[in-house]
Design a binder for this molecule. Structure first.
Ligand code: AMP
Length: 214
């Protein structure tokens, strides 16, 4: 009997690029995910299931082994800093950049910086690495407001086109890390389910190469 494999997918922006990639790898949900309120889906493979999670919960489900695979942005993986998983593959989708940003043309003050971010651990590590004194304030959304309202001198946020920053009078400053979506696997599952995992990994790897060759 083949062991069941569960793949945890991040909902939202990433999902729209993940599903076509999985389809190329011949992993297709049994019903239309966008038209359903369900969170667990069967696929065209009897032993493969998909679960749809909030992006930041994906590393947690994989770490605890309740999902074998996870699809999550590098930003989320960096912030989660989860030890119990292997990053197997760069899916090369949902590419963007994790950057610092501040008010257009506004120089930084000559004191300890105030930085606001949803990515508070990553931001702390970045400023420490740069040798810059900074207090990081954790936010859960609308980070662009923080510099405008005077809560912070800088934010650390995801930048794609830069339009969101621009619309709020902000500009991107320094690149912290290029971001793309990654396939991760639970370390224990990688050993105990190797014979089920390896063929799926190969199918997804081929789909990524196919996408790149386009
Ligand atoms: P943009 O205005 O194109 O620079 O997009 C920036 C906004 O979109 C940010 O507030 C991000 O939260 C979000 N965003 C853009 N690309 C991604 C991505 N690949 N993954 C997650 N969020 C993203």
């Amino acid at each position: 009997m083949r062991k069941t494999l569960t793949i945890a997918l991040s909902k939202g922006r990433i999902l729209g690029e993940t599903l076509p990639l999985l389809e190329k790898a011949n992993i297709v949900p049994a019903e239309d995910i966008s038209k359903s309120r369900k969170l667990i889906f069967d696929t065209n493979h009897e032993h493969i299931k998909l679960v749809i999670l909030r992006a930041t919960d994906v590393p947690t489900y994989v770490e605890h082994g309740v999902a074998d695979f996870g699809v999550a942005g590098k930003d989320v993986l960096m912030e989660a800093a989860t030890k119990n998983l292997y990053e197997l593959l760069d899916l090369k989708i949902s590419k963007c950049r994790l950057m610092t940003a501040g008010v257009v043309d506004q120089p930084l003050p000559n004191r300890r910086l105030k930085v606001a971010s949803k990515f508070s651990k990553t931001a702390k590590a970045y400023f420490a690495e740069q040798g810059i004194q900074a207090d990081v304030i954790k936010l859960y959304g609308a980070m662009e407001l923080a510099p405008i309202m005077g809560l912070a001198d800088l934010i650390v946020d995801i930048v794609d086109t830069g339009n969101t920053l621009k619309a709020n009078g902000l500009e991107a400053r320094d690149l912290i890390a290029p971001i793309s979506t990654r396939l991760v696997v639970n370390k224990a599952a990688y050993k105990t389910k190797y014979s089920e995992i390896e063929p799926i990994l190969e199918m997804i790897r081929n789909a990524v190469e196919d996408n790149e060759g386009k």
